[in-house]
Ligand binder design. Sequence first.
Ligand SMILES: C[S@@+](CC[C@H](N)C(=O)[O-])C[C@H]1O[C@@H](n2cnc3c(N)ncnc32)[C@H](O)[C@@H]1O
Length: 272
Amino acid sequence: MEKVHLTHEKATLLITLYAKAEESRLPDSLLRDHYAADAVARIDHDFSKLGMNRDEMIGLSMRAYTLDAWVREFIAAHRGATVLHLGCGLDSRVFRVDPPPDVSWFDVDYPDVIELRKKLYPSRPGYQLLGSPIANLAWLAKIPADKPTLVVAEGLFLYLQEDEVLQLLRAVTTQFPSGEIAFDAYSRWGLAMVRRNRMIRQTGALTHWSLGNPQDLESQVPGLRLRAEQWVYEEGDGKQWARFTWPSRMLVWLMRRVPPLRRLGRLLRYRY
Ligand SMILES: C[S@@+](CC[C@H](N)C(=O)[O-])C[C@H]1O[C@@H](n2cnc3c(N)ncnc32)[C@H](O)[C@@H]1O
């Protein structure tokens, strides 16, 4: 069993890991993340203290599912691409997506998080781990600069300062020839709701970055073009919403009809 001593934004990885692990146990699981379930079983930590409910597990799994799909699309369209998975925490995306060995995949997070990852997950061809604070951009020098590069960040940018997000995005669009950047972003109200979330409050994590109009980033980061803005709970056939309890379903119904409410939390996909 691995002991964990994580606090603040690092401890938030336990929330997303547990959500995916527990959702994978549901008979109608969307993400089927048995890697997360195996990791949780090997961590010496009382996850029940989170008090996570079923709707939260499903919501977080929906977010991961969409990002996985975007990663798969990018890899399929760009042979030999690079994937930078930033703020990877203990997320098993590289195993879920299972890229071909010609893809160079880098998981990046704080050094102690990366050390924990190494104890819980096996290595695989084409897969590297980098331990560094994201905002110290020296880690970018280790990435090949001549390949189409996808940056995917789930539950990360809200913990960064605005200038850290902008500097990172500018460095990515400058260093690599082309690619995409996919992440979740919250409006100011959305961030206020995240701050009030009891699981986030337990960690002591501070949130900073919010985004209103996603097109604002196009003028702040030369070369960036918005490709998709997708509400976190967007999905074609309504099957996932049907899994929520009725109060959440009503909230989703309301959010679907009131566009500013959709900006509370959504997934953004840019190309450069
Ligand atoms: C909510 S967790 C998400 C983890 C993972 N992406 C997932 O979905 O399961 C946030 C992650 O971002 C990482 N993180 C936050 N700020 C960071 C920073 N400045 N540098 C490196 N990692 C950071 C934390 O260590 C944590 O692993």
